[in-house]
Design a protein around this ligand. Structure first.
Ligand SMILES: [Zn+2]
Length: 722
């Protein structure tokens, strides 16, 4: 059910995440939270969790005490909330009434709030402490799916909802109420009993398969050790060597060992000097999820079959059509041709870029062969020569806390808010930060920032809308809470934590999602915040990335941690340029290798993918620009996005779709004579509306015209083929 869906934003930049942080200075400890005993604090009983939940919006000065949750009491608390909801439903069903919008639709909204809220809290906390809460989350997901099915089968409620729908068919309603009514209509338009039964089986099986898929990738990664001698690791930093040595020692190995995790992979591909060493780790990574021991092929096959069956039950030709029908994009055909057009444009540019890298490599080594594992290394070298900087030169200027302070100031100016750190408030643990967001001098929202990598936390970066707001009968706005989560490597106590440029952009990205969640002013709970169509959910976050890529902004905070010198112009220019360097290949990856592959997997109702990996290889082959490896390379086996996440299945295109919108709006803002008015419009007509009115119409009303894709092409500096 869409209304209770938890929106999880996974940063696109995960692949480029930097793993290592560097040395010295003091500011890291300054921002450490005072409540270091947080981890030993008394845990809530299940009843206390429920009480905390019910008091969510009453407390003026503190947020949800998630530091006092534990796996056992969280599941027990969920059971209590669910039992209470079932009682309320029974009560409601037994009552005689003449159904109308208020006593039925609004009533259901109220009844479900604690339950929906509980699900989001579970999701938020289990992402943050995955290992600890894995089982609890699986149990709760299963219970909630079964409950959803029971609820949708409630004939009395269905009848009442349908009566309200019929009675208001031709009546004028406020847009948010009309949209809410349509949502409820969808929830209660049931198929015949047999089809509904099968749909539930499919859902439950898909959840199991998703867990197996992720589990295979995780286990394969943990059990794969790539061994190197010291000579093979030329190019690695001291920290990387140390971590390889540590892992080897733990395993009684005299050399160096690495698991093929993304941060290690990206570090290795961009810095190891020997092509054979890069190949070694690349090969290990490429095999994740497709080897005989942890083989995701049969799982992919079953997932795709079940999804097609589900689409057919819902009267669509295929799953891609079904998935897109739930999104803002008009149709599968439109999405496909938009992706293909972009792919062709990126392919044209990528060919030029790769030819250049190949020639550059040949000049340096006498060998023109360029394999996939050579790309990052030679690209970085060429970039350094053309732009004259490397990421390593930038890092001493990018202290996490200086960036954070400056970035928050920028957001305050632009969005008209105050972001106040509240060290007196609890958060996930002692390393995460709590902020109060104020507007017009009043408390408007809370935000938890958990920015650092730690054991048991999921990798990557994301935002959760942990406590959602709404407006009550009297119009009083209930204050929401969001969390942003990153995996920046924190420096040791007393030293400065640095971030890579990409991490700075990721922070801005997640904060954009958070602002979308907490600046909302929607009336209904199930329309608040980021509850918009999946393919526009990345618009506010990607919009925010632009704010980092601004010379004046960077110069306002980037000071060398030792010399205290302000970052020189050439480094700032280089940094901004580097983010678009060779944008053709990056875009080709997103369209041809990922976005179109995702559509292709989901748009063939009758195709049986005996071997999805072979299918993938054949599908992307025409767009391969590298020399061929003598082993299988495939994304499918670890493509978590599309195989374990409902929204991104036949929805990976959403990133590009959102980029077109966001690039256009940002260009409009930059060129405007009255940027304050544009921002004001942007907040009022897009950011704050949630799902209460149409997102695209909101954007077009800010622009005063239709959305224009040329801004994206222009920003990336792409060459248009003649
Ligand atoms: Zn995102």
């Amino acid at each position: 059910m869409k209304s209770f869906k938890v929106f999880l934003m996974v940063a696109l930049l995960v692949l480029q995440n930097e793993a290592m942080a560097a040395s010295c200075d003091k500011s890291a400890s300054e921002s450490k939270k005072v409540s270091t005993q947080a981890d030993q604090i008394n845990k809530f009983s299940a009843e206390e969790v429920v009480r905390e939940l019910k008091n969510l919006y009453r407390r003026k000065d503190k947020t949800f005490r998630m530091d006092r949750l534990s796996p056992e009491n969280l599941e027990a608390a969920f059971d209590l909330v669910l039992a209470e909801l079932e009682l309320k439903i029974a009560d409601f069903s037994a009552k005689q009434l003449k159904p109308n919008f208020r006593n039925t639709i609004v009533k259901l909204e109220d009844m479900f709030r604690d339950y929906a809220q509980m699900l989001i809290i579970v999701e938020s906390i289990s992402l943050n402490q995955t290992k600890l809460y894995k089982e609890v989350e699986a149990n709760i997901t299963k219970k909630s799916k079964e409950f959803d099915d029971r609820y949708r089968k409630n004939e009395i409620i269905a009848k009442r909802v349908n009566e309200v729908v019929a009675s208001l068919q031709n009546r004028k309603l406020p847009e948010d109420s009309r949209r809410l009514l349509n949502e409820y209509k969808k929830i209660f338009s049931r198929l015949d009993e047999a089809s509904e039964k099968r749909l539930l089986e499919i859902e439950l099986r898909l959840t199991e398969l998703a867990d197996k898929f992720t589990g295979n990738v995780l286990e394969a990664t943990e059990k794969t050790f790539v061994e190197f001698t010291e000579a093979e690791l030329k190019g690695f930093s001291k920290e990387m060597l140390e971590s390889g040595k540590d892992l080897a020692e733990q395993n009684g190995n005299p050399n160096y060992l690495f698991n093929p995790i993304v941060p290690v992979l990206s570090k290795a591909l961009s810095s190891l000097e020997l092509s054979s060493s890069r190949e070694k780790i690349y090969r290990a990574y490429a095999q994740l999820g497709i080897t005989s021991e942890f083989n995701n092929r049969p799982i992919i096959k079953e997932i795709l079959q079940l999804r097609q069956e589900k689409a057919k039950l819902k009267s669509f030709n295929n799953f891609a059509e079904y998935s897109i029908s739930e999104k803002a994009a008009p149709s599968l055909e439109v999405v496909k041709s938009f992706l293909e057009d972009l792919r062709d444009l990126y392919f044209h540019n990528a060919k030029i870029e790769i030819a250049k890298i190949r020639a550059y490599k040949e000049k340096a080594t006498g060998d023109s062969k360029l394999y996939a594992w050579d790309y990052a290394y030679w690209n970085e070298k060429l970039m350094k020569e053309e732009i004259g900087i490397s990421e390593q030169e930038l890092k001493p200027y990018l202290s996490f806390y200086s960036f954070q302070t400056a970035f928050h100031k920028r957001l305050e100016d632009l969005y008209g808010i105050e972001i106040v750190e509240r060290k007196d408030l609890p958060s996930f643990d002692s390393e995460s930060q709590s902020f109060e967001i104020r507007k017009d001098g009043k408390s408007y929202a809370f935000l938890y920032a958990d920015s650092f990598a730690k054991s048991g936390k999921r990798s990557g970066a994301w935002m959760t809308e942990m406590i959602s707001g709404y407006r009550d009968k009297r119009g009083n706005r209930k204050i929401p809470t969001a969390t942003i989560n990153l995996n920046i490597m924190r420096a040791k106590e007393g030293q400065t934590t640095f971030m890579s440029p990409n991490e700075a952009v990721t922070y801005a990205h997640e904060f954009g999602h958070a602002l979308h969640a907490i600046l909302s002013n929607a009336r209904y709970y199930s329309q608040f915040g980021t509850r918009v169509a999946w393919d526009v959910v990345e618009v506010p976050s990607q919009f925010n990335e632009n704010l980092v890529l601004d010379k004046d902004f960077i110069k306002s905070f980037a000071v060398h941690h030792e010399t205290k010198e302000v970052i020189p112009d050439h480094l700032v220019d280089g940094f901004i340029k580097s983010l678009n360097f060779n944008a053709g290949y990056a875009g080709l990856r997103q369209t041809a290798y990922l976005g179109l592959l995702d559509l292709e997997f989901h748009r063939h109702p009758d195709m049986v993918f005996e071997d999805p990996v072979a299918f993938e290889q054949k599908f992307v082959e025409p767009y391969n620009l590298f020399d061929k490896a003598d082993f299988q390379v495939a994304t499918s086996g670890k493509f978590n996005h599309i195989f374990t996440n409902g929204g991104y299945s036949a929805g990976y295109y959403s990133y590009k779709w959102a980029e077109i919108i966001e690039a256009d709006v940002f260009r409009f803002l930059s060129q405007s004579k009255d940027p304050a008015k544009v921002m004001d419009d942007w907040i009022k007509k897009v950011i704050s509306i949630g799902g209460s009115s149409d997102f695209n119409q909101g954007v077009e009303s800010v622009l005063g015209r239709k959305i224009d894709p040329s801004a994206l092409v222009e920003r990336a500096g792409l060459e248009i083929p003649k």
